[in-house]
Design a protein around this ligand. Structure first.
Ligand SMILES: CC(C)(COP(=O)(O)OP(=O)(O)OC[C@H]1O[C@@H](n2cnc3c(N)ncnc32)[C@H](O)[C@@H]1OP(=O)(O)O)[C@@H](O)C(=O)NCCC(=O)NCCS
Length: 170
């Protein structure tokens, strides 16, 4: 297992091709894609193709969404990580957690550690994030980890708030 980041309650590891089923399940949980312009994979095979074509290649640049597990029982609870967005040539912070775990501060804990990892270990000067204007929980997470809201706009056809974080080494 390739663990990249650890926090007091969580560890974040790289996904592998063996994770297709848990990715399909997460994206099919009610509410998970409410504010995200994506279709949930209908099969493990479809989820596997997303892993192979979109997710796993990001690891070559030390970026990528990471599987988040609870240290206390190794349960998979979602993902958090950095992704290079080709269209804007920016590094995006994103996360997605299974609804049964919402409200425990896990997203904040994982996202804060990922931001620190990005600015520190990876020496990224700028990290961006976007949240649907009605996704108040996600906006709260981004604000709690210190990202700055830079206004509203459209992203993939949906109204979003944009956020940015700059490293202190600029
Ligand atoms: C957004 C998401 C990651 C938050 O996960 P989480 O583990 O519940 O986050 P945390 O517990 O760390 O923090 C959530 C904060 O939002 C607050 N919150 C939750 N729902 C809220 C709402 N409807 N209005 C205002 N604040 C809300 C919580 O109270 C908490 O703030 P607090 O610590 O000050 O009380 C989770 O809801 C999720 O996975 N959603 C589906 C995927 C998604 O939308 N991803 C983000 C795409 S931009």
């Amino acid at each position: 297992m390739n663990i990249v980041i650890q926090t007091p309650r969580l560890y974040l590891r790289q996904f592998t091709e063996a994770d297709a089923a848990i990715m399909r399940q997460l994206n099919n949980e009610p509410g998970v894609l409410q504010y995200i312009p994506e279709q949930a994979p209908a099969s493990d095979e479809e989820a596997l193709q997303i892993l192979i074509n979109i997710l796993l290649p990001q690891y070559q640049q030390k970026l990528g969404r990471l599987a988040v597990h609870l240290k206390e029982n190794d349960a998979f609870i979602g993902w958090c990580g950095l992704k290079w967005l080709k269209e804007s040539d920016t590094i995006d912070l994103g996360y997605r957690f299974t609804p049964a775990t919402w409200g425990n501060g896990y997203a904040t804990e994982a996202a804060a550690a990922t931001l620190t990892y990005g600015h520190g270990e990876l020496q990224l000067k700028k990290i961006v994030a976007h949240a649907h204007i009605d996704n108040l929980a996600s906006q709260k997470v981004l604000e709690k980890i210190g990202m700055q809201c830079i206004g509203e706009g459209m992203d993939s056809g949906m109204p979003v708030k944009g956020y940015v974080s700059f490293s202190n080494n600029l």
